[in-house]
Design a protein. Structure first.
Lengths: 919, 156
């Protein structure tokens, strides 16, 4: 990127700048013409000059041009008009000029705006493009939020400046110069005085503003640091909470804000000081005119008429001059910002754009090998010391021993670290010189540190398949052509983000239809399928987006019930039946008998809903519920009355909070012995509310008789039958034959309440539902729904173990020649980890051709399942031997790769005391 | 069984020696904060060796107490209504000393450890009552042991 913003702007917008200059010049013509019109109108038709007699006429719109060779050329002979028609005609012309000027202004402003926005888009894209090409060590020192702040906020003013970068100085300079020339024409001496004062202004003011620029830069840096610090706090929020350091962080932020305040306040002081001086200087000139000009005039050296003309001309000078100085200030300001940002984004060792160019991808030449590879960590400690290792196609290598060495080697194989010396080669070529389109599609990598992007689990799992748009641009998009053209005009790439980017073939699939089937074995191998199915069961599915899901779920609901009956476990679930009371649900749930999806029927608002209350009153149910609520209140007071408010037992009290208890105590005392009819209307809902939360199996107060249950069911039926139109969209009633979009799939299938008296009821239900999924052939559908789960920022909505398994799956589902696993399952329990390693070995050996597998692990028992075991001791390979899992390897004995590294270890053993050579 | 209510549970808890001397209000609180659970015949309430998290008061039905031996589980006792099982594990950090299996369908009240301990810490009268019961048990055990020993000594 150019070092100066103006050169950058000129380079990318020179034609547009010239065009807009031309348009601005053109706009001056009607602008100046409209200046003369008012005078013509007043002098001509209104004051009557030239219309001496009532029937006098004048030529209107006579246009003639004098050309050197042709003499006068009459373009339009003009028409003769009387006084009144001339007034109308001239006024119309005036109106026309007003419109034309307005249109010019409109065009110029939009054009400049668009120019600025395009340049802003270009700068921002270029900056992000650079981030993508930074060498890895840069990311250890820059903060993400600082970069984001630069890309987002700091470059913003540059867009605004772009439109004015060349037009403003031309225009304002022209205006100022015209005024100055005019003054000179009137009086040479006064012109000279003006020039002198203007020069003083032009010299002093920018000088004084220099401090403003310094402060501006400080403001930029401190604001950026603040953004970085806030970002850090958000990322480290757990540490802040855990160590009670929130006040330390508060103090830090307050200190930073204090500094920013001071800088900004300084800026204000200086700014208005400069303004004051500038204004004073500007007013000093007329003062000189009066005193010097007046003196000269009195002495007869200057004509009084000239002096008046000079003073009149001068009033046109300060305006443009001030704007010009402001423009220059703005220019320097954005230039500093620009230089700051560009400096941050110009780092050494940036990846060559060609390395990342969109490419077809080609096979990576075997074998993959480390040659004299030396790597150090940031403190300078050796991680790898002149390592020579060769991995043949299909070979399965376990890296064990000291973890740091294995990890460093795996990261180097995945092209993630830049060696101090030596290199990683593929078929003799340094992998750092190969395009990423080759290495990135031939080597898959999974490590302990998992990063997921916010989006669905599906997006993240298939992330490794998105190298370039595979399909045509998204179909019949009307804005497509415009988007592409604009992208080109701003130097952005034209790939359509909405196109299908997934490289199905790379996952062993032929298209979107069989992708799930192709990756299902991978998900099984890493034992993630069950997690995903559980996610699906807890999710809601949009029936509109998934036609057929509603029917499948209803079928499952029936099958679930049938299974319970077959097994004699019907007591496990209390199913929702429109005509029966559901014992496991509360009274309120039984009345509502559906999912409230709008605010009017949510638990808090239900008791106040007029329609709902009207239904209750119809049957006198309100009285019964009141009596029930009253008994509940009495019971609660008896049980909990003498407990302190923070006692954990209050968690058992589901119908009221500990803080409500005193109010209820008072209420019960007041209402004791009163009949419902005597109870004040405002107290009724308070008591009735308690009955809504009552569930007999849970609270066991013995308040629900069969008669009461029948009345509740009747009220429920009346409630649903007469539901007014305003509440239609607020509730989804339980209907055994209908799918409920607002409920989770699990709730839809179970369609009832699990009976809590069965100690392991919930697990038994889950097990039956899982079995049904397979039996009804809905496995793929549910897997697909589970994959829609939003993983949250950095995948934090998944557990670490799930994230690691998903990251492993993300690598494994790519059919690449090399699979590099860098301790990918540290958060997974060792027993499961061993199973997964076993599964992965089986999975990969079934692929044709079987990929090479490099796995960093600490468990040597597991390592024995591999063809070859490399054991690290510090930065050296201590041993390189055959493992026990040779069955599915290349079959040939480990070749020169082994010999080379063993030889190296042996040769080094002599020179380096203490180096372990445990071969 | 489903008709057994809170007040019945309180009445039954009172039959359990450990809770017999407890104030009515405390007993109600204990009942209210416990869960009602049911088991079918053959289902396991808990396994020997597990970490104990709750005691069970059997409200209805019969349970078998099984101890692991070299030849598999051996039935050592059978308990019925108003008995408490698993109380040792909620009073100390021991694992379950036996397996309890439902011999008939069982209705039980599950008293979770944290609820019970909370009751003990908050109400000293409850603690004293529990201590008294435990001390009685200990003295019985000691007496039984002494009697056993002296009978052995006599025999030997």
């Amino acid at each position: 990127m150019e070092r100066r913003l103006t050169s950058y702007i000129w380079k990318h917008t020179k034609f547009q700048q010239l065009w807009i200059l031309f348009i601005v010049a053109l706009s001056m013509v009607p602008y100046f013409m409209s200046f003369d019109l008012p005078k013509q109108i007043v002098n001509g038709p209104i004051q009557g000059s030239g219309f001496d007699t009532p029937d006098a006429v004048k030529l209107f719109m006579k246009l003639e041009v004098s050309l050197p060779l042709f003499g006068k050329v009459v373009l339009f002979p003009g028409i003769e008009l009387g006084r009144m028609p001339t007034l109308f005609a001239l006024s119309m012309v005036f109106l026309l000029f007003v419109v034309i000027n307005g249109l010019f202004k409109y065009y110029i402003n939009t054009y400049k705006g668009r120019l600025g926005e395009r340049l802003l888009r270009r700068i921002r894209f270029e900056l992000v493009d650079r981030v993508l090409r930074f060498p890895p060590d840069v990311f250890k020192r820059v903060k993400g939020s600082e970069i984001a702040n630069m890309v987002n906020n700091e470059v913003e003013p540059m867009g605004g400046f772009t439109g004015d970068a060349f037009v403003s100085p031309a225009l304002l300079g022209g205006q100022a110069l015209t005024a100055l020339v005019f003054i000179f024409v009137q009086s040479f001496w006064l012109g000279l005085i003006t020039t002198a004062l203007v020069s003083v202004q032009a010299l002093i003011i920018p000088r004084m503003r220099r401090r403003l620029l310094v402060l501006g830069r400080e403001r930029q840096l401190t604001a950026r640091e603040l953004a970085g610090r806030v970002g850090e706090m958000v990322e480290g929020i757990d540490a802040i909470h855990a160590f009670d350091t929130s006040n330390y962080e508060r103090a830090d932020v307050a200190a930073r804000l204090g500094r920013i305040f001071k800088i900004r306040y300084d800026i204000y002081q200086w700014k208005f000081m400069v303004k004051f001086i500038n204004n004073s200087l500007a007013s000093f000139t007329p003062f000189l005119f009066y005193i010097v000009g007046g003196y000269l005039a009195l002495k007869g050296k200057v004509d009084i008429g000239q002096l008046v003309a000079v003073i009149a001309a001068y009033k046109d000078l300060p305006g443009p001059l001030k704007d010009l100085i402001d423009w220059d200030q703005n220019r320097q300001d954005v230039q500093i910002k620009y230089a700051q940002v560009v400096g941050q984004f110009s780092v050494d060792g940036m990846v060559d754009p060609a390395i990342q160019a969109v490419g077809e991808g080609a096979a990576l030449k075997p074998p993959l090998a480390a040659v004299n590879l030396t790597l150090s960590d940031d403190s300078g400690a050796r991680l790898l010391d002149r390592i020579n290792v060769q991995v043949r196609p299909g070979e399965r290598v376990a890296l064990t021993g000291d973890a740091a060495g294995g990890e460093a080697l795996a990261a180097a194989f995945a092209r993630l670290s830049w060696p101090d010396a030596g290199k990683v080669v593929a078929g003799g070529e340094d992998i750092h010189s190969l395009p990423e389109s080759i290495t990135g599609r031939a080597i898959s990598y999974a490590s302990t540190d998992v990063h997921f992007f916010s989006g669905s689990l599906r997006d993240n799992l298939f992330y490794g398949l998105k190298h370039r748009p595979m399909g045509p641009p998204s179909a019949e998009d009307p804005g497509m052509a415009w988007r592409l053209r604009e992208a080109q005009l701003s130097g952005n790439p034209v790939h359509d983000i909405k196109a299908d980017w997934i490289d199905y073939a790379a996952a062993g699939a032929t298209g979107p239809e069989d992708l799930i089937r192709a990756v299902a074995p991978v998900l099984d191998a890493v034992q993630l399928s069950r997690d995903i199915l559980d996610l699906a069961l807890r999710a809601t599915a949009d029936a509109a987006r998934r036609p057929g899901i509603a029917d499948s779920v209803i079928a499952m609901r029936r099958a679930f019930r049938a299974t319970l009956e077959e097994r004699g476990q019907t007591s496990l679930i209390d199913h929702f039946e429109p005509g029966a009371y559901n014992d496991q649900s509360t009274v309120g749930e039984n009345l509502l008998f559906g999912n409230a999806i709008g605010p009017a029927l949510m638990p808090g608002a239900l008791g106040r809903n007029p329609y709902f209350r009207q239904v209750l009153e119809r049957d006198g149910l309100d009285r019964a519920l009141y009596e029930m609520g009253f008994e509940i209140a009495e019971n609660a007071i008896e049980l909990f009355g003498d407990l302190p408010a923070d006692h954990p037992f209050f968690q058992q009290l589901t119908f009221m909070g500990a803080e409500d208890l005193p109010a209820y105590q008072a209420l019960v005392k007041r209402l004791n012995g009163k009949d419902y009819a005597e109870v004040p209307a405002e107290d009724r809902p308070t008591i009735i509310r308690l009955s809504f939360a009552y569930a007999e199996p849970r609270h066991r107060f013995g308040l629900l008789t069969d008669e009461m249950k029948e009345r509740i069911v009747r009220a429920r039926q009346q409630f649903h039958a007469g539901l007014p139109a305003s509440l239609q969209g607020q509730i989804e009633a339980y209907d055994p034959a209908r799918y409920m979009p607002s409920a989770s799939l699990m709730d839809n299938v179970v369609f009832g309440r699990v009976n809590n008296r069965h100690a392991d009821g919930a697990e038994r239900v889950q097990e039956i539902v899982r079995g049904l999924m397979d039996r009804l052939g809905l496995y793929d559908d549910f897997l697909s729904i589970g994959l829609d789960f939003e993983v949250g920022t950095g995948g934090k909505r998944l557990t670490l173990a799930q994230r690691q398994k998903a990251s492993l799956a993300r690598a494994l589902l790519r059919r690449t020649g090399y699979q590099v696993m860098n301790r990918p399952l540290t958060a997974v329990d060792p027993r499961v980890r061993a199973q997964i390693v076993e599964n992965v070995l089986t999975l990969l050996s079934g692929q044709e051709p079987a990929p090479a597998l490099i796995w960093v692990m600490t468990d040597s028992a597991l390592a024995s399942r591999f063809d070859r075991i490399l054991t690290f001791a510090g930065p050296l390979v201590a041993s390189d031997g055959r493992g026990g899992g040779g069955a599915a390897g290349t079959g040939e004995p480990a070749g020169d790769g082994v010999d080379a590294s063993v030889a190296q270890v042996e040769s080094r053993a002599g020179t380096q005391a203490g180096a372990k050579t445990g071969a | 069984m489903g008709t057994m209510l809170f007040k019945d549970e309180v009445r039954m808890l009172r039959q359990v020696p450990l809770f017999a001397g407890m104030e009515a209000a405390r007993l109600k609180l204990l009942a209210f904060t416990s869960d009602r659970v049911s088991y079918q015949a053959g289902e396991i309430l808990f396994h020997q060796g597990d970490i104990g998290d709750a005691a069970y008061v059997i409200l209805a039905g019969q349970a078998e107490i099984l101890a692991d031996s070299g030849k598999g589980p051996v039935k050592v006792a059978e308990v019925g209504e108003n008995s408490i099982v698993g109380e040792i594990a909620i009073l100390c950090e021991a694992t379950r000393t036996a397996t309890v299996k439902a011999a008939t369908p069982i209705e039980a009240l599950r008293i979770r450890k944290e609820q019970f301990l909370k009751l003990l810490t908050d109400f000293p009268d409850v603690t004293i009552q529990v201590m008294r019961v435990l001390a009685e048990r200990l003295s019985q055990t000691t007496m039984a042991l002494t009697a056993e020993r002296s009978s052995r000594t006599d025999a030997g």
